[in-house]
Design a binder for this molecule. Sequence first.
Ligand SMILES: NC(=O)C1=CN([C@@H]2O[C@H](COP(=O)(O)OP(=O)(O)OC[C@H]3O[C@@H](n4cnc5c(N)ncnc54)[C@H](O)[C@@H]3O)[C@@H](O)[C@H]2O)[C@@H](O)CC1
Ligand SMILES: Nc1ncnc2c1ncn2[C@@H]1O[C@H](COP(=O)(O)OP(=O)(O)O)[C@@H](O)[C@H]1O
Length: 274
Amino acid sequence: MTWTEADTAARIAVPDAFADKHRRGVLGAITGSERYPGAAVLGVEAAHRTGVGMVRLIAPRRVEDLVLARRPEAVTGEGRVEAWLIGSGQDARLRTATLTATLEAALGSGAPIVIDAGALDLAADAAGAAVVTPHHGELVRMLRQAGIETDTEAVRHSPGHWARTAAEACGVVVLLKGAETIVAAVDGTLIAVPPATHWLATAGSGDVLAGILGALVATHAGEVHADPSRLAELAASAAVVHGLAAERASGGGPIAALDVAEALPATIAALLER
Ligand SMILES: NC(=O)C1=CN([C@@H]2O[C@H](COP(=O)(O)OP(=O)(O)OC[C@H]3O[C@@H](n4cnc5c(N)ncnc54)[C@H](O)[C@@H]3O)[C@@H](O)[C@H]2O)[C@@H](O)CC1
Ligand SMILES: Nc1ncnc2c1ncn2[C@@H]1O[C@H](COP(=O)(O)OP(=O)(O)O)[C@@H](O)[C@H]1O
């Protein structure tokens, strides 16, 4: 199955007269680190520009300061959230015990969760519906952790096969990034995403994708609770929005990751007008 723009437009939660920032959905983001603070900036920016009630960021002070300088809308510290985004801009090898405990609390909360980059090794601890967003190298690491041996060349050759293998082995939705983006549902169903501009192969564009997906999950958290299979559809929708925003930002030329995030509102408006 190939996910279309019409499928994607149907997964955008448009606020109505009864909307308020809490009802629309609050995304909790545990992202960024001293080493990669920018990833948190990119993810929070992308989440706001995709449309979400609120973003609560839990991060070191320097990360908070940088995010707030760009997005004063973000709220820092703990509080009620409908969904989580964790791991972007983190390195599992450098993780402190405090950060591990914070991530484990989010994973154990039962709220739907988007697991990226430096939290992928904790995916098995998710108590609720979970979607992981690895690139090829990260997928190989996840599979190894599950006792399945492969390499990036094999994943590049058969991305659908390896995404499905990881989804079934780990019990999570897998959004496998790369020149070709594929989503594997927990039951092994594959959803193909139309190819995006290759200008997307630039640092931080994956952090933007994670923020888009976080916002889509936070604004559909009730539906995901009722039917966890919805998560794969939201993952495919995030990838389509990401690709369209990249196309719009690029116009045929180079892009920086933040350009993709900035193009999100016009991209979503165009999708809804279809
Ligand atoms: N501005 C920022 O703060 C940025 C932070 N980032 C963060 O940097 C951390 C490390 O991420 P990386 O992916 O760089 O490092 P990783 O340690 O995950 O992997 C990089 C290694 O994996 C290999 N690899 C194999 N297949 C790959 C593929 N398809 N794409 C990319 N690398 C592949 C590369 O050769 C490289 O040696 C993550 O937490 C990420 O979120 C990056 O997103 C870049 C931008
Ligand atoms: N050759 C390519 N063509 C199109 N999109 C690509 C290509 N390579 C990577 N991408 C996309 O760019 C993003 C890169 O994400 P990721 O590898 O996590 O990078 P980063 O960690 O720097 O954010 C993903 O959305 C991926 O699908």
